[in-house]
Design a protein around this ligand. Structure first.
Ligand SMILES: Cc1cc2nc3c(=O)[nH]c(=O)nc-3n(C[C@H](O)[C@H](O)[C@H](O)COP(=O)(O)OP(=O)(O)OC[C@H]3O[C@@H](n4cnc5c(N)ncnc54)[C@H](O)[C@@H]3O)c2cc1C
Length: 292
């Protein structure tokens, strides 16, 4: 049962962050409520004050400026999945969002809430890592940019301070002749393993740059620099031959945990398979000269 709480309804980010600072541990920001209210109903957590962010104008905006996409933290999964602007510039992100949860959760759950809750079995964080995205956090009248790589600290733990509000996700557009793929696997409600890969080809078709990230299997999504180093600078053919090795490295980097989703070894194996498949998908996109 849901215990009583006070609903605060600030109309600016500054007021929201001031309220969070004033009430400290007894308050939490509240967006779609799909995680927070569930946890409160089940009695896992209780907050005397919920700071509703939905009255703040413009926090759900999706914009394109130069080489950057800005997604407001209050944009719902549905808004992201249906955005024409994102479909044109970041189709891989749209595809990932179309497959988050179910239609009811996508309708009210926000991208910001997903990232801030840092539930290990979540999709967007893994893909944001390979884009080299930054997350903008505001506190009072100041703000800072946190690289996605530093944002996810542990299961249910982020780099946000207690009175910081996540306002925006900034995603740099991938270079020309690059491809981006995200694939996940699981048979429960949330994914068991997710792998994201960004591949950029240089002159002569060599791997000019590659970013690999693995998520869901362990406490937090991770960039796998060791796997990237194995593949960077190689020809596509050499890269393909090195994929089993890179997959092994990615599996280990996932820090997979044995749980209801499967054993550690099983998840490591799935990470290896997904790495191979995302590489193939990204390679095809590169050869079509678009991020598709
Ligand atoms: C049945 C089910 C299936 C799901 N399946 C998937 C899945 O397949 N893949 C996947 O990725 N996710 C999945 N999810 C998670 C879903 O994406 C999240 O529940 C949703 O995005 C959370 O957003 P929200 O706005 O509802 O967050 P809320 O519940 O409102 O908030 C969650 C947490 O984030 C904090 N918070 C929210 N917004 C901000 C902000 N702007 N600044 C600071 N703190 C903030 C809150 O204080 C709270 O601690 C699933 C959830 C459910 C219930």
């Amino acid at each position: 049962m849901l215990r009583r709480f006070h609903l605060e309804e600030p109309e600016s980010v500054k007021d929201a962050s001031d309220l969070l600072a004033r009430y400290g541990d007894s308050a939490r920001a509240y967006a779609g409520g799909t995680e927070l209210l569930l946890a409160m109903k089940e009695g896992l957590v209780h907050y005397e004050h919920l700071v509703n962010l939905k009255k703040i104008q413009g926090l759900d905006r999706i914009q394109h400026e130069d080489n950057l996409i800005r997604i407001g933290a209050l944009a719902t999964h549905r808004q992201v999945a249906e955005s024409r602007l994102l479909q044109e510039h970041l189709p891989s992100f749209v595809r990932m969002e179309q497959n988050v949860a179910n239609i009811r959760v996508r309708e009210v759950g926000t991208i910001g809430g997903n990232l801030c809750f840092a539930e290990p079995h979540a999709d967007p964080g893994t893909l944001l890592l390979v884009f080299g995205a930054k997350l903008v956090a505001a506190k009072g009248s100041s703000q800072r940019e946190i690289p996605a790589q530093n944002f996810f600290v542990d299961a249910y733990e982020t780099a946000l301070e207690e009175d910081e509000v996540l306002t925006q996700i900034q995603i740099p557009l991938p270079a020309e002749r690059s491809g981006v793929a995200y694939m996940k696997f699981g048979y429960l409600e949330r994914p068991s393993v997710g792998v994201a890969l960004l591949l950029a080809l240089g002159e002569g078709g060599s791997i000019a740059d590659i970013h690999v990230a693995v998520g869901c299997a362990g406490p937090a999504p991770k960039r796998v620099e060791e796997a990237e180093e194995l593949l960077r600078g190689k020809s596509l053919e050499e890269g393909s031959l090195l994929l089993p090795k890179a997959g092994e490295v990615a599996g280990r980097a996932a820090q997979a945990i044995s749980d209801l989703h499967g054993s550690q070894e099983y998840k490591e194996h799935i990470a290896q398979v997904l790495l191979k498949r995302t590489f193939e998908q990204a390679r095809k996109q590169c050869l079509q000269e678009r991020e598709g």
